[in-house]
Design a protein around this ligand. Structure first.
Ligand SMILES: Nc1ncnc2c1ncn2[C@@H]1O[C@H](COP(=O)(O)OP(=O)(O)OP(=O)(O)O)[C@@H](O)[C@H]1O
Ligand SMILES: [Mg+2]
Length: 122
């Protein structure tokens, strides 16, 4: 598995813009399955992907993913899926510093199960 990180401390330099373009590139050009999880309360990724009207909008939300143990079978079975950011809830969670470790653990566990599942998918 390859990991690509788009990181820059400065805001507004195009991290989200590039991530969105990569998602379209992987799905439309490379024919890969794409799951976007937007954890940013600004919701810029969610807005851009929803505008494109190609990805399936998940019934799950980013805050739900962070705060509960989500079953991966609850993620829509589609080629291109967006788990959208939910602004107010993510902002509220950002202020709950004592729970950040548990939020990170939930996300990590979800991603692990998703990756293992995709490795054994036909
Ligand atoms: N290289 C670029 N060419 C054209 N437009 C750009 C470029 N980089 C950024 N933009 C535009 O600037 C705005 C901010 O970019 P973007 O939201 O991707 O930044 P960001 O790094 O994700 O910011 P943040 O740290 O706030 O999340 C967007 O409207 C985006 O389309
Ligand atoms: Mg951004």
């Amino acid at each position: 598995m390859k990991t690509l990180v788009l990181a820059n401390q400065k805001g507004g330099v195009g991290k989200t813009a590039i991530a969105v373009q990569l998602a379209y590139f992987f799905n439309l050009i490379m024919k890969k399955r794409v799951l976007i999880i937007d954890l940013d309360h600004q919701r810029n990724t969610s807005k851009a992907i929803r505008t494109g009207e190609i990805a399936v909008l998940s019934q799950l939300t980013a805050s739900l993913l962070l705060s509960t143990k989500i079953d991966i079978s609850d993620v829509e079975d589609a080629e291109f899926v967006l788990i959208p950011a939910d602004n107010a809830e993510l902002l509220r969670m950002e202020k709950q510093a004592d729970k950040h470790n548990s939020f990170a653990t939930n996300l990590q566990s979800f991603l692990k199960r998703l990756i293992i599942n995709s490795m054994f998918a036909s």
